[in-house]
Ligand binder design. Structure first.
Ligand code: PLP
Ligand code: COI
Length: 354
């Protein structure tokens, strides 16, 4: 694939990443390409970051034909830049595209786009501890008429934002509210995809939780509101009686790349891990009888994020005295060590860029 590069003539000053809120600063460039049934993906280009112009009838604006991904580029102590499992993001993007009738992107093309873009923006990859360059690929349908139909014209873009912690708490435990009214997804729907609509529909519950002092909500299944699913922007794991339990992939939760990586790290460390149905009743019982030892969320933006308090039906439960537990800490250290290049990557996950 040929990527045309037009560099900005007015590069911005780099911000102090430790002071900026997640996803509020953007780099100097963005990647774009267009899709038509006649030409396929074409006109791949890196251009100066800026606003885009859309027809008011653009499909994505009316019927939500939009999907995205999230991954990071990390600066190693030697000053090199690397990504973490980008092929997994390329695959998941295509799985989301398939569900939303958007066009697939060849996985190797996607890797080339990511790599070329990160090379152009490599000075934007921050080096302060726990900071990285968050990469946001996204695609949307842009047919210019109002009929409800399969998308024919699409745009794919990639933008990037230098980031520190996703939560203001950093690695300190977050407070999560178990949501028992709204639901996020049902089997057969779009829960396993990263489509914008999943997030739009989840903000009401998130807002209610925020007003009560909680960072995010923990979703229950959409049919019985009985089984634990995932948190707003991360998958969840609970250490109950020595075993790490995480909801199995059932079609309604996002198949997280961090989740998958945590499972592999745990297995390699000899820590028992189960992917299975976990009911909220079982979780409440474990909180009440003291067998819930640790709880944490995991995701690209959130990394590994300890949960210090859970609230269900107005009852509050403190997890591990509100402190990060040893397994959560071990996972955080191993995963972030591999990502930032301070722990040997025995899994083959790291993708060097420069
Ligand atoms: N679940 C949801 C709803 C998410 O938005 C994310 C973030 O991408 C995750 C889970 C974690 O996925 P990953 O580890 O691939 O970033
Ligand atoms: C991610 O972790 O990449 C996410 O997509 C979470 C969120 C910012 C939507």
């Amino acid at each position: 694939m040929e990527i045309k590069i037009t560099k900005t003539t007015t590069p911005k000053a780099k911000p102090d990443v430790s002071k900026v809120a997640f996803g509020t600063e953007f780099t100097d460039h963005m990647f774009m390409m267009d899709y038509t049934p006649e030409k396929g993906w074409h006109d791949a280009r890196i251009v100066p970051f800026g606003n885009i112009s859309l027809h008011p009838a653009t499909t994505a604006l009316h019927y939500g034909a939009e999907i995205f991904e999230g991954l990071k580029a990390y600066r190693t102590p030697e000053g090199k830049v690397q990504m973490f499992r980008p092929i997994e993001n390329a695959r998941r993007m295509n799985s989301s595209a398939d569900r939303m009738c958007l066009p697939a992107i060849d996985e190797n093309d996607m890797l080339q786009i990511l790599e070329t873009f990160v090379k152009v923006e490599k000075d934007w990859v921050p080096s302060a501890p726990a900071t990285s360059l968050y990469l946001r690929p996204f695609m949307f349908g842009c047919d210019e008429h109002l009929g409800v139909h399969t998308v024919h014209h699409s745009v794919f873009m990639l933008i990037a934002s230098p980031v520190g912690s996703y939560y203001k708490e950093g690695i300190n435990p977050v407070k999560i509210m178990i949501e028992d009214q709204d639901v996020r997804a049902v089997k057969g729907g779009t829960g396993y995809t990263k489509c914008g609509g999943n997030y739009a529909a989840s903000t009401r519950a998130g807002e209610r939780a925020a007003q009560k002092g909680y960072s995010q909500v923990l979703w229950l299944d959409g049919v019985e509101r009985k089984y634990i699913e995932e948190v707003g922007a991360m998958n969840v794991m609970f250490k109950i009686g020595g075993t790490v339990v995480t909801p199995m992939l059932s079609g309604s939760i996002l198949p997280g790349i961090t989740r998958k990586s945590c499972i592999d790290v745990l297995k390699k460390a000899g820590i028992p891990v189960e992917e299975r149905l976990l009911s909220v009743d079982e979780l409440v019982e474990a909180m009440e009888n003291g067998t819930l030892e640790e709880a944490f969320g995991c995701g690209t933006a959130a990394v590994v994020s300890p949960i210090g308090e859970l609230c269900y039906k107005d009852k509050k439960y403190t997890v591990n005295g509100g402190k990060i537990g040893p397994v959560t800490q071990q996972l955080y250290d191993t995963l972030t060590g591999i990502q930032w290049g301070t722990v040997e990557d025995t899994f083959g996950w790291v993708y060097p860029v420069d």
